[in-house]
Design a protein around this ligand. Structure first.
Ligand code: TGC
Ligand code: FAD
Length: 397
């Protein structure tokens, strides 16, 4: 019989092209050799090293699905494999990478003018210019249709809008050079996207204080965006997209990436728990891996990771053929985040008291995976998106 490989239980590697496997290997080697050694310190000290994005840029891993502008132009499955490699190390590193690649570069590529693309994408692809994506506000998270940040004609600067409002829980905001901010245009009340260059903002009009002391995602940097009559050139508004379609189109790609990434984090939990269970002995010198209850935890987690990879691969293929409905993305984002979190929590038990030591890595994944289940649409919100499409009745309001 064909031997079973617990690292690739359903033979997903057979579904990837040679190019995709090569890209995956480049990403995995970089992440294991260069990122992994930094993560414990970064997580302890809540320190995001922006050089990581520069290093990823040097390898052509940023904005990788974009054609041209210094980007690699790879398939959606290849970008999923990169995302999985990054999150195998840490969801916080994947967060920094996803915001740069999917939310900001992806948004500019889809909705920006040719001038914006030429001006920003090549430097962003190199990781020399960092972006953040500001949608969530202190009073509006799951319901971004109600955001209050407003753009009006600037009272004194001709050809400029004046943006006022505040955004919270924004990944990369304290270090971002470019801020993609979603605000309502005063004249129409419709949501529009504005690309703000930090170094063009006069003092006092833009502040991005960090949010410290997080109990998850500590290797990523998170903050607020506070805008006080910030002047933004009219040319920096996305010209043709209005309403929630703008931010949600960017989110389709980022949510797709999270479905891949969380499987990387879960696979790392499985590998760590398996190794620990084979080494740790209890009761007459038996490795705890001998006990059925421990084996069931590994069987459950390995099954969910394998199914999750197959589903993400299928949606990736459909995405490239223009056949992926946004609800498919909701389905894999919800399922993979939920299963990653449930299984990581179960595998944490395998480590006994040692699970509490950060040296074992499992607690870090569990805390991170709570965040992945919450941002980009909390799982219950994705349940309602699916419920709405299944029944034709919306349950939000
Ligand atoms: P709804 O009526 O559903 O839609 C309004 C308009 O938007 C269009 N639309 C989409 N377009 C493209 N892709 C999608 N997935 C779309 N979903 C909706 C829709 O067609 C409609 O267009 P139009 O032209 O008719 O106006 O709007 P709603 O207000 O009823 O939405 C409800 C709900 C709950 C589905 C939505 O608001 C939602 O998804 N909430 C979750 C919020 C969220 O995901 N926030 C993410 C913030 S960014 C973030 O977390 C980044 S973390 C990054 C990291 O660190 O990795
Ligand atoms: P709420 O909307 O207040 O929801 C609280 C709870 O109520 C949730 O469980 C939710 O599912 C539930 N709920 C709400 N409405 C309903 C309903 N109608 N029916 C049933 N249940 C409901 N945002 C950005 O814009 N950019 C970023 O880069 C970004 N990065 C983030 C990084 C981190 C570390 C974190 C924690 C968040 C980040 N976010 C970002 C914000 C994130 O997208 C929001 O936290 C998320 O959308 C949920 O919004 P909320 O926190 O306001 O929760």
């Amino acid at each position: 019989p064909v031997p079973f490989d617990w690292k690739d239980p359903l033979g997903a590697n057979n579904m990837f092209s040679e190019d995709e496997l090569a890209i995956s290997e480049t990403a995995e080697s970089y992440c294991q050799d260069r990122m992994l050694p930094r993560v414990l310190e970064a997580y302890r000290n809540e320190n995001f090293d922006r050089k990581i994005l520069e290093e990823m840029g040097e390898l052509g891993l940023l904005g990788a699905t974009i054609q041209g502008y210094g980007c690699a132009g790879v398939s959606s499955v290849a970008s999923g494999l990169i995302t999985r490699a990054v999150e195998r190390v840490d969801s916080g590193y994947r967060s920094g990478y996803s915001v740069q690649s999917a939310l900001v570069m992806g948004g500019i590529e889809e909705f920006g003018t040719e001038e914006m693309k030429e001006k920003y994408l090549p430097d962003m692809a190199k990781g020399k210019m960092l972006g953040c994506f500001g949608l969530t506000e202190p009073n509006h998270g799951s319901d971004p249709g109600s955001i209050e940040t407003i753009a009006k004609p600037h009272p004194s600067k001709k050809g400029h809008y004046s943006l006022s409002g505040s955004k919270t829980w924004i990944t990369n905001s304290p270090i971002a050079d470019l801020l993609l901010v979603w605000a309502k245009l005063g004249s129409t009340g419709k949501i529009r996207g504005f690309v703000i260059e930090r170094d063009q903002c006069p003092p006092g009009t833009l502040e991005t204080p960090p949010i410290k002391n997080k109990n998850g995602l500590r290797a990523s940097i998170t903050g607020m965006i506070q805008l006080d009559q910030c002047p933004v050139p009219e040319a920096n508004m996305f010209p043709d997209v209005e309403g929630l379609k703008g931010p949600f189109s960017c989110l389709n790609s980022a949510r797709y990436g999270i479905a891949w990434g969380t499987m990387g984090a879960l696979e790392d939990c499985i590998a760590r728990a398996r190794e620990y269970a084979l080494e740790r002995k209890q009761f007459k010198g038996n490795p705890i891996a001998k006990y059925q209850l421990v084996q069931k935890k590994l069987a459950d987690a390995t099954t969910d990771a394998a199914y999750g990879i197959l589903a993400a691969t299928q949606v990736g293929r459909l995405k490239d053929e223009g056949k992926a409905a946004p609800e498919m993305v909701s389905m894999i984002k919800r399922q993979n985040c939920d299963r990653a979190l449930v299984n990581a929590r179960a595998l944490q038990e395998v480590f006994g008291g040692n699970a509490v030591s950060d040296e074992y890595g499992i607690g870090r994944h569990v805390a991170n995976l709570f965040v992945t289940q919450t941002y980009e649409g909390q799982s219950d919100i994705h349940s309602l998106i699916l419920g709405r499409t299944i029944t034709g009745i919306q349950a939000f309001y």
